[in-house]
Design a protein around this ligand. Structure first.
Ligand SMILES: C[S@@+](CC[C@H](N)C(=O)[O-])C[C@H]1O[C@@H](n2cnc3c(N)ncnc32)[C@H](O)[C@@H]1O
Ligand SMILES: [Zn+2]
Length: 274
């Protein structure tokens, strides 16, 4: 069973040997790892869109060290709180599946029967997610043309991935919830102090979206104690600063024996209005 639909005609997809097929005869092979590729050539802006292999591997290594585990735990808690007994969960821009898997597991542990799905535009990310958790319903797809039916989703997650609010509004069931994770003012502050002469805090704002009502904003704030250069570099490589920091900042970072750094997120919880 899949929640995904044909990216070419929007029809439902049925299991056939080796893949999925819609009633009009469009066919999509299932990769060895179990995911399907639902990104038509016309929606690709490059040969391999999204995060590349190195970025996905860096994120996997960092997340598996547990540095963002408090965020995952909060998302797990919120997923249980905001769903019924048999929720359809969709992680938009799921990356290598760290949060998708955690949320699925938490829903199961709470005695629910979730259908947990995720997609990402990066084939490398989806490959890794499928290997991490073969039980997930996974596809390579774009957030701006989600191959998902109207009102098909009970709980939508977006953790640092593109905000495609019109598509999110379309696929969420009325009364369904949307968890949107954003960095707060002091996120990675001490890292930025090392990298830049005059760092500035992230802007924090409440953004009402048409068709959605705010339920709550949950802070997730703590400090990580990075005691090796390997961990410091793993954090740095996860951030957008990795490709825009001047050499002097990078050199200062490379000379640090350890770094205590604030992690500061907000989870914005929206409900799709009926
Ligand atoms: C910062 S990563 C976050 C991944 C994951 N949510 C996590 O937190 O571990 C952003 C992800 O968005 C994906 N992405 C970028 N553009 C996208 C699009 N148009 N549709 C779907 N995913 C996209 C990237 O490939 C990448 O995996
Ligand atoms: Zn079709």
């Amino acid at each position: 069973m899949t929640i995904f639909r044909c990216p070419l005609c929007g029809g439902p997809l049925f299991e056939v040997p080796g893949g999925l097929r819609c009633p009009r005869g469009h066919r999509f092979d299932r990769a060895r790892e179990g995911y399907v590729h639902l990104l038509p050539v016309g929606q690709k802006h490059s040969l391999s869109p999204g995060d590349d292999k190195a970025m996905v591997s860096a994120r996997r290594a960092f997340l598996d060290r547990g540095w963002y585990a408090p965020l995952r735990e909060e998302l797990e808690h919120l997923a249980v709180k905001y769903t019924g007994g048999e929720p359809v969960v969709l992680d938009a821009g799921c990356g290598e599946g760290y949060y998708t898997q955690g949320v699925r597991q938490a829903l199961l542990s709470a005695g629910k029967a979730p259908h947990a799905a995720g997609f990402d535009i990066s084939k490398f990310a989806v490959q890794k997610a499928a290997r991490r958790c073969p039980e997930l319903d996974l596809a390579v797809a774009s957030a701006y043309h989600m191959p998902v039916g109207d009102g098909a989703v009970d709980l939508l997650l977006n953790v640092f991935s593109p905000l495609a609010i019109e598509e999110f509004r379309r696929v969420l069931k009325k009364g369904g919830c949307y968890l949107y994770v954003v960095p707060a003012a002091k996120h990675l502050w001490e890292l930025k102090e090392v990298l830049y002469d005059a760092p500035y805090p992230n802007e924090e704002k409440e953004t009402p979206y048409e068709g959605f009502a705010y339920r709550e904003i949950v802070p997730v704030s703590y400090t990580v104690h990075l005691s090796t250069q390997a961990d410091i570099q793993a954090l740095f490589q996860m951030t957008p600063y990795a490709w825009k920091t001047p050499g002097a900042g990078k050199a200062r970072l490379a000379a640090l024996p350890s770094l205590d750094c604030q992690i500061d997120f907000r989870v914005h919880i929206f409900q799709r209005e009926s």
